[in-house]
Design a binder for this molecule. Structure first.
Ligand code: ADP
Length: 488
């Protein structure tokens, strides 16, 4: 099969979170199975150019419709760890992709709507006919709409669209002008069954457009699929997902074990696996060294996260204090897009600066994230909602015991050490339900108690997590089944 993946992110060259890992991991799995995958991205100025091999101009003078004019683009091509990537390079006055960041600009909707149209225009002009276009999140929600409203009629006749929802909390709600920007007809599309936003009847909802117009819609875990159809986690999308129930399902993400595997990880000081677990101790020492923590008989509780309200920042804050009260060490790696949250964590950082047991690193740092997974004993993920969550899966692979709130993909992957209907060999962490400090303390307290008092059981929990299979093998097959289904 020939699959075109269209996305705002792809690890390791343009990653803000799990979407980047998803594209890299699924693409690699499909390529390994012999399929042809091409990844389409904006040519951001912040791409990790050092990780792109053989970057070159591939297609010159792509003129992309923009209102009643055209914008001049080129398409560049390069390989990222053997994956084929095409980059839309706009020469617009607005400099859509030269903003020093991936997201967070006031005109994000314009930027990504333009990108969506540019990708389809390129496929058409270059004579490419993918079997599947796999789109992701609201940024590419217009791709399926454009495909069926415009490009099918122009020649992309057999291409089918699959759309994956990585986070329904971001929907791309924007004025009707966006449709005119990309050449779509507002009179056809601004209706309840199509792109009209459920809360604002003057606005277009790009995520909803992707849902309505795709041949199949997935989200990143079965539990989240249920939550967004049946609870307010759907954030207004419940009705449209119910209506399109027959083409909707949850596929649990995998993680890319060629990137996330302590047995072969070149970014950590000492490799180890479930049978060589004592090797993890060297990484714990290296982590303490790097962050200026003392050597002591204490577990390291960690957080690696975007510091977004979705991630439960209030509980993370409580987690810092509670872990220190319980005689643990605490390490946090996180970046906060919201200035208020950022200021709050800087305040905590200043308060704990110089502590031999606590370090907050307020940055995005891929390499440090590997060292934290390798060196930490526990990871805290108290999310308000969590579509899938990769951090718990990565952490488990590195023998880190997750303490998580029972939501979304966290509930699908973490099984409580004490309270679970699963056999002991698959129990791998601690869960709590309520979004309260008491609930968090109870679960974290159980984990810390086990570390101090029953180290052998704690080791077993680590090993259970390390042995779980969260590779892309099974989800890769599930996506292929979906692609085959919609092609037929
Ligand atoms: P989300 O996509 O909501 O951010 P996920 O758990 O699905 O959450 O994916 C998070 C990914 O981003 C993981 O690979 C994690 O290691 C990485 N990550 C999050 N914050 C940072 C950070 N500050 N520095 C480095 N990597 C980070």
């Amino acid at each position: 099969m020939y699959i075109a993946m269209v996305s705002a992110e792809c690890a390791p060259i343009a990653k803000a979170g799990g979407l980047g890992d998803f594209i890299q991991g699924l693409a690699r799995e499909l390529v390994n199975r012999g399929h042809m995958v091409e990844i389409f991205l904006p040519k951001y100025d912040v791409l990790r150019y050092d990780r792109i091999w053989g970057m070159q101009k591939y297609y010159r003078d792509l003129w992309v419709p923009y209102y009643d004019q055209w914008i001049h683009c080129d398409v560049e091509y390069g390989e990222v760890d053997g994956l084929k990537c095409y980059f839309i390079d706009d020469h617009a006055r607005e400099n859509f992709f030269r903003r020093g960041k991936i997201y967070g600009e006031p005109d994000d909707a314009n930027r990504f709507a333009f990108f969506s149209r540019a990708v389809l225009e390129y496929l058409l002009k270059a004579g490419k006919h993918p079997d599947i276009i796999h789109c992701n999140d609201w940024q590419t929600g217009l791709v399926p709409v454009l495909l069926f409203e415009i490009y099918q009629g122009l020649g992309l006749t057999h291409t089918r669209a699959c759309f994956t929802l990585h986070n329904v909390g971001h929907q791309g709600v924007v004025g009707e002008y966006i449709l005119r920007q990309v050449g779509l007809r507002p009179d056809r599309l601004m209706v309840a069954e199509r792109l009209l936003d459920p809360f604002n009847h003057r606005a277009v909802n790009l995520l909803k457009g992707g849902i309505v117009f795709s041949n199949f819609v997935t989200t990143v875990s079965p539990r989240y699929a249920w939550e967004i159809q049946h609870t307010d986690q759907g954030m207004g999308m419940q009705e449209v997902l119910e209506r399109h129930d027959r083409k909707f399902g949850g596929v649990l993400n995998g993680i890319d074990y060629s990137v996330w595997n302590p047995e072969i990880d070149t970014q950590i000081p000492a490799t180890y696996g479930p049978d060589t677990l004592p090797g993890k101790a060297a990484n714990k020492r290296a982590l303490r060294d790097r962050l200026g923590l003392q050597e002591a008989f204490k577990p390291i509780v960690s957080v690696v996260s975007r510091l977004d309200r979705q991630k439960g920042v209030e509980l993370i804050r409580r987690g810092v204090d509670y872990a220190l009260e319980q005689d643990c060490q605490f390490v946090l790696l996180g970046s906060a897009p919201d200035p208020a949250v950022n200021a709050e964590f800087w305040r905590i950082k200043h308060e704990t600066d110089g502590s031999p047991d606590c370090h907050l690193e307020l940055a995005y740092d891929e390499e440090l994230s590997h060292l934290i997974y390798a060196g930490a004993d526990m990871i805290l993920i108290p999310s308000v909602y969590e579509p899938c969550g990769l951090t718990q899966m990565i952490a488990m692979k590195y023998g880190v015991v997750p303490i998580v709130r029972r939501v979304g993909g966290l509930a699908d992957t973490v099984f409580d050490a004490n309270y679970s209907d699963k056999p002991f060999e698959v129990r791998n962490g601690y869960l709590f339900d309520d979004l309260t400090e008491a609930a968090l303390e109870s679960a974290l307290g159980r984990a810390i108690g086990l570390w101090f008092r029953f180290p052998e059981y704690f080791r077993q929990l680590r090993v259970n997590g390390m042995r779980a299979d969260h590779s892309w093998h099974r989800p890769g097959q599930q996506y292929l089944d979906i692609y085959s289904h919609i092609r037929a």
